[in-house]
Design a protein around this ligand. Structure first.
Ligand SMILES: [Zn+2]
Ligand SMILES: [Zn+2]
Length: 150
């Protein structure tokens, strides 16, 4: 039993709970005040010129609307839902502080950072952590130390 979760920010079609929708990778479109959600890539595409995004740094992020049963709060409220075991998507598990990485890159270069970059950075961080864990474990330690990080 699906309920209306949100309306598409472009065509106003209903996005039902549990359905796939798309978010814009540009931070201003994901801010609480705008909080855009799109029913399809086409609808996301349609807002790119409207918002004057540069096509090379804007991206659509596929998301799934929360299930009706799981959505405790008022509809449209952002909740952090722990990843369920059968769906170990790394979606909401970005390990880097997005605002700080974005600021660092922007301060150094004036460049923007795409959403995908945080995912890759997260993968790298996880990799480094995994390697450090292995080293610490092989030395019989229960603490990962600076020297374990390759
Ligand atoms: Zn739409
Ligand atoms: Zn946007």
């Amino acid at each position: 039993m699906s309920q209306i979760w949100k309306k598409c920010s472009s065509c106003k079609k209903d996005i039902l709970t549990g359905e796939i929708y798309y978010e814009c990778s540009i931070s201003t479109c994901r801010a609480a005040v705008t909080n855009y959600a799109f029913c399809s890539i086409a609808c996301w595409d349609a807002h790119v010129p409207v918002e004057r995004h540069r096509p090379d740094n804007a991206g659509a992020i596929e998301k799934r609307a929360p299930q009706a049963a799981a959505a405790g709060g008022p509809s449209g409220q952002r909740r952090i839902v722990p990843a369920s075991p059968e769906k170990p998507s790394a979606d909401d598990e970005v390990l880097v502080v997005i605002s700080k990485v974005r600021k660092y890159i922007h301060d150094r270069s004036g460049m923007n950072t795409s959403a995908g970059a945080y995912e890759v950075l997260t993968d790298r961080v996880k990799n480094l952590c995994d390697m450090a864990i292995e080293t610490a474990r092989s030395q019989g330690r229960k603490t990962v130390m600076d020297r374990d990080i390759p």
